[in-house]
Write a protein that binds this ligand. Structure first.
Ligand code: SF4
Length: 210
């Protein structure tokens, strides 16, 4: 296929820059412990300095892949599909989720919310980042808010973000992995004082799985 045609298909969400896909256990947030198939889409310009998937940032390094092929693969492994990145909302998630739903698969997304919410989702994990704040509507739609805590100031940011979410949204504070020993005690103390929050840990990293 001509390069221009492929770019056009990526633009429309029929092809996506696929970084990796794998069957594992969801380690974080509300669905932790649940087996799920992860689709990691390349492309992110949010620029978190502690990002643990910096290889995802440049979409051009990940092959544009037909979503038919992605869905076909995913359906072989699990009925729960987690779309992550990178920042998946860089792209139009409509076509991918339409195809996943047509196969009766549950669609979950992990997003910073920095771009317009597209797609049909059974579960939206909003993990806002200070560098590029979420676009309005996603606060109403998010099922969980997961704030990554790198330092004490992130607790103030967490409250600012929580004040914008819908009432049913479940609130999580998660230590950033590289500073977990320093910030976990802060989070534990904070959650005990402010029990509307829950602790989320990257349990997949403790289990040594992807
Ligand atoms: S939004 Fe996610 S993928 Fe993008 S830089 Fe931040 S942590 Fe990394």
């Amino acid at each position: 296929m001509q390069e221009n045609n492929v770019l056009e298909l990526v633009d429309k969400g029929f092809y996506l820059p696929l970084m990796e896909e794998f069957y594992t256990i969801q380690g974080e947030g509300f669905h932790k412990g649940t087996a799920a198939y992860f689709i990691r889409v390349g492309g992110c310009d949010v620029g978190c300095h502690w990002c643990d998937v910096k290889e995802s940032w440049n979409a051009e390094t990940h092959p544009p892949t037909d979503i038919e092929h992605i869905v076909e693969n995913a359906a072989k492994y699990s009925d729960t599909i987690v779309v992550t990145g990178g920042e998946p909302l860089t792209w139009d998630m409509g076509p991918l989720t339409e195809k996943l739903k047509a196969r009766n698969l549950k669609t979950h997304i992990e997003t910073s919310g920095a771009y317009t919410l597209t797609g049909t989702w059974d579960w939206i994990c909003l993990s806002p980042k200070k560098n590029k704040l979420p676009e309005g509507r996603i606060y109403d739609e998010a099922h969980e808010l997961k704030v990554i805590v790198y330092n004490k100031h992130d607790l103030i940011f967490a409250e600012e973000q929580a004040s914008q979410t819908n009432k049913e949204c479940i609130l999580y504070l998660q230590p950033e992995w590289s500073v977990r020993e320093k910030v976990t005690p802060l989070i534990v103390e904070y959650v005990m004082k402010n029990p509307k929050w829950k602790v989320s840990l990257q349990t997949h990293k403790y289990l040594n799985i992807p």
